[in-house]
Design a protein around this ligand. Sequence first.
Ligand SMILES: Nc1ncnc2c1ncn2[C@@H]1O[C@H](COP(=O)(O)OP(=O)(O)O)[C@@H](O)[C@H]1O
Ligand SMILES: [Mg+2]
Length: 147
Amino acid sequence: MNVKNYVRFEFFSCPENVSFARSSVGAFAAQLSCTLNDIEEIKLVVSEAVSNSIIHGYDNRPNEKIMVTVSIGYDNSLEIAVEDFGKGIEDVEQAMEPAFSSDATRMGMGFTFMKSFMDTVNVISEVDKGTTVRLERRFALASETDA
Ligand SMILES: Nc1ncnc2c1ncn2[C@@H]1O[C@H](COP(=O)(O)OP(=O)(O)O)[C@@H](O)[C@H]1O
Ligand SMILES: [Mg+2]
């Protein structure tokens, strides 16, 4: 991606910061040429990824570090990276299957939502080191949507 603008922020893994991250990324992404519905979808995937870092990566410990980087390309594309330094994922392929959760009380649909709303979902994870979820989506350029 040819980066036109980016923002990076880090915060504690407390549940209050899910809505902070969600709104912040939504506000930054508003400079893309896209619809309000697209922004809602972006906010949802950010909530899912950040919640996963808190709940799974850090087992709900509230004062660990999460880092979010958001980049916007000249081609009207968006890239979001959510990074934690928690317990990591042993089997990424299994974790990304619909309805898979390591916690029987959960739905296991987080990655499925991420995959359905974004063009690319890329997970890099190492046990006891942490997880980075990279989410990409390309929006139509204004010139492409013209008749
Ligand atoms: N950041 C993360 N750190 C460790 N494990 C994770 C992380 N994100 C996801 N996982 C693993 O992937 C599984 C599937 O995640 P997800 O699809 O969001 O479902 P759910 O959160 O409902 O369990 C989780 O149950 C967990 O085992
Ligand atoms: Mg989840």
